[in-house]
Write a protein that binds this ligand. Sequence first.
Ligand SMILES: Nc1ncnc2c1ncn2[C@@H]1O[C@H](COP(=O)(O)OP(=O)(O)OP(=O)(O)O)[C@@H](O)[C@H]1O
Ligand SMILES: [Mg+2]
Length: 357
Amino acid sequence: MSTLVARNVWRFYGRAPAVSGLDLEVEEGSVYGFIGPNGAGKSTTLRILATVDRPDAGRVWIRGRCTQQETDRVRKMLGFMPDPFGMPDGFTVEQLLEFFAIAYRLPRRIRRERVQRAIELTRIGERSKQKVTDLSKGWKQRVLLAKTLINDPHLLLLDEPAAGLDPAARIEFRDVIRTLRDLNKTVIVSSHILTELADFCDSVGIIERGRMLVSGRIEDILERFNPRDRLVFEIAGPAEIAARLLEREADVRQVSHENGPTPDTKRLVVELDGRSDAQRRAAIVSLLARNDVQVSGLSTQREGLEDLFLKVAGKQGAGRNDRHSEDEIRSLLGGEELDEARSQRGRPKIALREKRP
Ligand SMILES: Nc1ncnc2c1ncn2[C@@H]1O[C@H](COP(=O)(O)OP(=O)(O)OP(=O)(O)O)[C@@H](O)[C@H]1O
Ligand SMILES: [Mg+2]
């Protein structure tokens, strides 16, 4: 079941769309990573999902309820952590959380319990008596996350929650998100840094210039992009013979040479056309052994989400030739049907007539 469904969402600032016909579906109890470079439209989208902004067109349903027609009911089901967020002055952590518990009109008898639970879940107990404004950025982020939990929401919308956290705090943050998933919360978390999310998300969406380029379960997306394995051989002695042998293999795309970890070793990085299984790797090792190549080590690097992101967004150093064009990505995703559906729906006016999913 989907906790959140968004269909053909548009948001314009002046004439320029910050969000262009965005579709999104997030499964209940999953963690969804919303990834895109600066200015891609993540915050704009999350504000719309959180009902603090209205789309110019399109619809959003949370647990089957339309965010525009049943805004108050929807708000009770969600917790939003915006970026950036101002904190009221003068409160301690506990007081601030209490303040939000009152703002949510929680009955007095459960307020205390909710505040303590939020403190526990986000592990901020040691700072609960301190003034929020005196805390470091990382601790403030955690307090914000605690605040987001006060109304015990089904759906959490977290905009760049890990920004400004040190590595240890990031690891702890991941644990917190995992705990929330174990509690069957649905979490949408944005970031422009893929590696921040890849470890703990079940699904991802990649947004660029307001358009959703790819969205779905990580494993499904990776499979569609024909992921490749890279085999890294460590060879004792010269590597030329090994390189020549490997280049002749049908599934080898490219072989490159690197220095090995010690002066008497070389490294060969072999890029395959797809995934390799254990038998394929064993066959390559025995081919080399039969030809007196001394393999002193082998490791397999599997192409993952990060590589996919580079292919899709192509921002950080990926060669242009290795990029999938937006059209390619869309066709990989069955984009023609998507395109057709969208052109029938047309731009904003028509989209408003969309049916409930
Ligand atoms: N209030 C606003 N007025 C005008 N333009 C806006 C406003 N808010 C956002 N935009 C524009 O909309 C686009 C999307 O911005 P948005 O903040 O949603 O991106 P983002 O993906 O969250 O980026 P970042 O990673 O920097 O947070 C940008 O081009 C931005 O300049
Ligand atoms: Mg943003």
